[in-house]
Design a protein around this ligand. Structure first.
Ligand SMILES: NC(=O)C1=CN([C@@H]2O[C@H](COP(=O)(O)OP(=O)(O)OC[C@H]3O[C@@H](n4cnc5c(N)ncnc54)[C@H](OP(=O)(O)O)[C@@H]3O)[C@@H](O)[C@H]2O)C=CC1
Ligand SMILES: N[C@@H](CC=O)C(=O)O
Length: 411
């Protein structure tokens, strides 16, 4: 019989309960000894003796050998996870914001204390992308990793495009289904996708990037004109993080809405499903597809990490050792679609090339090439002015797939 896992679980919300549902269907030789929650007055589906609001009852319990952290409070999560790692307990977490924000510290803690932190559930829910980037693509030259990394925003886009549902109602449904973050701005504004991309970049390329340095523009300002424009061109809008190795040892990373054509894998990824497109030198293009949000899909990924701890699995962060010289950069050119009202925004973005321009009384747009840093500098203005930006490689004939062979000129 494999060694018994004794678990201290933090959080009994959507993911915590999803994990519990899965565990109870199987005889896995593991036991949840205690569950820490925040609100002692909330009605629970399990005996009250199992719950506590005192984190030390779990962290200081020598019988517990694994801590599972599934809470919705970033700072508290970091405190719990770092304390556990320091005290010799292995940890599984799905808290992508916490992991992306404190990735360097968490890697250092694992090395210093010889403990393991696994977080497959933090990136694209049920899709096993972290272990694949870490292990399978160990020796493969990765050109790019991109995809749909957020279920809620994809759900909203699908509900609008396919079912004609308005934005607010679709968001409410995503919240009711347990897909959305406590603050859904994280989902629709591209923050959540950015945290996931930051984590994926560490395993794909060995770069640890501060999320504050990464552009994220979301879908909040998508208008009827934008939708009409994409329909006419037989495109769809998807919220897509792109992680791309450039020439001369640089990695670019950004999150933008993207126009996606029928021939692209992401075109048919709908609702809460996520998709990851890996462009590799020899394997060429590969596609991972699965549910990206919700208690059971995420719980399944968390359980996979728990069982991996049985055989002492830990991330080696191999690319950081092998490719340690890669540097993150925002100095790249992108082809974008910009729908705007104020001409001064166009001036501020300082387009280097304009492919297409349209102006009427009610609708103005430009398709052209800008520097990513200019977008970052005007990120808040774009949102305030309710302008809409999308990565528009489809409109200029330069896609991530074809571009991979052209190094820095891809965009
Ligand atoms: N929902 C999803 O589809 C996915 C979520 N995630 C991530 O997983 C984590 C959990 O998400 P989710 O389950 O949806 O969140 P929920 O809001 O559904 O649940 C959060 C849980 O955390 C508990 N909690 C909050 N603060 C503390 C604290 N300081 N100590 C102990 N317990 C605490 C809450 O307690 P109480 O019950 O008393 O309120 C609640 O049980 C988040 O980081 C989220 O980003 C990752 C992938 C998918
Ligand atoms: N809010 C997230 C949940 C999973 O990570 C999403 O919608 O994808």
């Amino acid at each position: 019989m494999s060694k018994k896992l004794t678990i201290g679980l933090f959080g009994f919300g959507v993911v915590g309960q999803g994990l519990y549902d899965i565990i109870k269907t199987k005889n896995l030789n593991l036991e949840i000894v205690k569950i820490a929650i925040k609100n002692p007055d909330k009605q629970r589906s399990l005996p009250s003796t199992l719950f506590t609001t005192d984190k030390d009852e779990l962290l200081n319990n020598p019988e517990i050998n694994i801590i599972i952290e599934l809470i919705n409070d970033t700072e508290a999560a970091y405190e719990i996870v770092s304390t556990a790692l320091k005290s010799g307990k292995n940890v599984v977490s799905a808290s992508k914001k916490m992991i992306a924000t404190y990735l360097k510290e968490l890697i250092d803690l694992q090395h210093e204390y010889g403990t393991s932190l696994l977080y497959e559930g933090s990136v694209c829910g049920s899709i096993p992308i972290i272990r694949n980037l870490e292990e399978y693509y160990d020796n493969e030259l990765l050109h790019s990793v991109s995809g749909i990394f957020n279920g809620s925003s994809n759900y909203i886009l699908s509900k609008g495009y396919l079912d004609g549902l308005d934005y607010d109602s679709a968001l409410k449904q995503a919240q009711d289904l347990g897909f959305a973050e406590t603050d859904p701005t994280s989902d629709v504004g591209g923050f959540d996708a950015k945290y996931k991309a930051v984590i994926a970049a560490a395993h794909a390329y060995g770069v640890v990037v501060n999320p504050d340095d990464v552009l994220n523009i979301g879908i909040q300002t998508l208008s009827a004109n934008d939708v009409q424009y994409t329909r006419e061109k037989r495109l769809k809008v998807k919220l897509v993080p792109v992680i791309k190795e450039l020439d001369k040892g640089h990695v670019a990373l950004f999150v933008l809405p993207k126009f996606v054509g029928e021939s692209e894998f992401l075109y048919n990824v709908e609702y809460e499903y996520n998709g990851v497109v890996v462009q590799a030198a020899f394997a060429d293009q590969q596609f991972f597809f699965g549910k990206g949000a919700g208690g059971h899909p995420t719980g399944a990924a968390v359980l996979s990490d728990i069982t991996a701890l049985r055989y002492d699995y830990h991330y080696e962060y191999k690319k950081a050792k092998e490719k340690g010289n890669l540097k993150f950069t925002n100095d790249i050119e992108l082809n974008i679609y910009l729908r705007y009202e104020n001409d001064s925004l166009v001036e501020a973005l300082n387009f280097e090339h304009i492919h297409e321009r349209y102006v009427s009384d009610t609708y103005k747009y430009i398709v052209g090439k800008v520097n990513l840093q200019n977008l970052i500098d005007n990120q808040y203005r774009i949102l305030e002015e309710r302008a809409f930006v999308a990565f528009a490689d489809q409109l200029t004939g330069v896609s991530l797939a074809t571009a991979s062979k052209q190094a820095a000129e891809l965009f």
